[in-house]
Design a protein around this ligand. Structure first.
Ligand SMILES: Nc1ncnc2c1ncn2[C@@H]1O[C@H](COP(=O)(O)OP(=O)(O)O)[C@@H](O)[C@H]1O
Ligand SMILES: [Mg+2]
Length: 391
């Protein structure tokens, strides 16, 4: 296009010169186009080329250079052409820079999003593999563990009968007793870990029921109550919601986990603490329910929050935490087609949010016989407020 405009202008100038008109303004066109296409530097070059080229062509026609140069409109025209070219060239350079910057920004944003998604997927994959592996290993360990535990129980009983027998060295007896007691404690701990690990196994469709969330949360609060410290209150604000399709037992386990974590986050000896449990419909999209469990405990740093859903991550002393509660809970909620989120601030407290699809949108598999039976209507309930004080 640029070459074309220069050719047209040259031919135009030549015809002007033949007809002895000397109109040099026609050179405006290629200068402007060159400036627009090649930017500021192109404009400088075009302005520099335009004057000798114009004069040359006019002389090649029949015009006398002296006459042309003496024509005031000729010089004014060239200056104006050059200025116009420079302005256009400047604008074009500016536009190019802006486009490049926007492109670069978009590229780096896309790269950041892709990297984040990649990391997220890799983490999800890793967790899924670990979950499958862990539940398999747990299953294999559980059988020998049951033998070990019952043999240790027999040994404990036998040892008790030996205590007053003749010829038994009391020191030796005591050492044996301590050894067997500690072994039993260790085996029970392994058993606790393996049982929690087995919960990674996916829900079986046969276990799905319609779960009344008010009931499930009430039961969870009762179960968790013995873990509450003195002076810790649990307030439950439970609104009536439609049934959720799932495994009530496992959902209860999730809420107990969240409540026990909340209770353990309230420092011992503080004397007061508050845990609030809410249930309601999701405000934005009313096809899912939202359960929140908030505490005013010690909270967590961003670094801790980023690891809490990893299996075996715990900040609690040995014997108190297994680090499995939240990873198992997240897996259960995922298997119900929901999500588990956490917000926390060090020193202020923590809120866990559980979203679950209500019936009709449940992303869990449904067996044909269950799908055929109509869901029981959710019983309208009066919003319930329940306060439990830790024993
Ligand atoms: N409500 C909470 N407040 C503060 N920290 C929490 C809370 N819930 C969980 N955490 C942190 O997350 C970690 C992992 O929790 P979890 O998976 O339940 O394992 P565990 O309770 O056995 O340590 C805990 O060790 C704790 O550091
Ligand atoms: Mg826990």
């Amino acid at each position: 296009m640029v070459v074309g405009t220069w050719v047209v202008a040259t031919v135009g100038l030549y015809f002007n010169a033949i007809h002895e008109q000397g109109m040099a303004m026609i050179i405006c066109l290629p200068v402007a186009v060159t400036a627009w296409v090649f930017g500021f530097r192109g404009a400088l070059l075009a302005a520099a080329v335009a004057l000798p080229l114009g004069l040359g062509i006019l002389t090649l026609g029949s015009l006398d250079v002296g006459d042309v140069l003496r024509e005031p409109s000729m010089l004014v025209g060239h200056v104006m052409t050059a200025l116009l070219g420079l302005v256009i060239g400047y604008l074009s350079t500016l536009r190019g820079r802006l486009e490049r910057e926007t492109q670069l920004r978009a590229q780096s944003e896309r790269a950041a999003v892709e990297a984040e998604m990649g990391a997220h997927l890799a983490r999800a994959d890793r967790l899924a593999i670990m979950g499958t592996l862990a539940s398999g290993v747990a299953h294999e360990i559980n059988n020998p563990l049951t033998y070990l535990l019952s043999n240790l129980e027999f040994a404990q009983d036998d040892l008790l009968q030996l205590r007053d027998a003749e010829g038994v060295d009391p020191k030796l007896w005591e050492r044996l007793r301590i050894g067997i007691d500690e072994s039993r404690e260790a085996v029970e701990r392994i058993h606790k870990i393996t049982s929690e690990l087995q919960l990674f196994v996916r829900d079986h469709p046969g276990t799905l029921r319609f779960v009344d969330m008010v009931e499930a949360l009430g039961a969870s609060i009762k179960l968790a109550r013995h873990k509450l410290r003195d002076g810790t209150e649990v307030e439950a604000r439970l609104e009536p919601v439609p049934m959720v399709r799932g495994d009530g037992g496992k959902l209860t386990q999730v809420f107990v986990n969240l409540l026990v974590n909340a209770a353990q986050a309230i420092p011992e000896g503080r004397g007061h603490g508050r845990i609030v449990v809410t249930l309601g419909l999701e405000r934005v999209e009313e096809t899912s329910i939202l359960v929140t469990v908030s505490d005013d405990g010690q909270g967590m740093s961003a670094e801790v929050v980023s690891k809490i859903f990893e299996p075996f991550f715990t900040t609690k002393p040995r014997g108190v935490g297994t680090g499995l509660g939240l990873s198992v809970s997240a897996s259960i909620i995922r298997n119900h087609g929901g999500e588990l989120e956490c917000d926390s601030e060090p020193g202020r407290g923590t809120t866990f949010r559980v979203r679950l699809p209500t019936f009709g949108d449940a992303a869990v598999s449904v067996t044909p016989s269950e799908a055929a039976s109509p869901p029981p209507n959710p019983q309208p309930r009066v919003a319930q407020s329940l306060t439990a004080v830790g024993s």
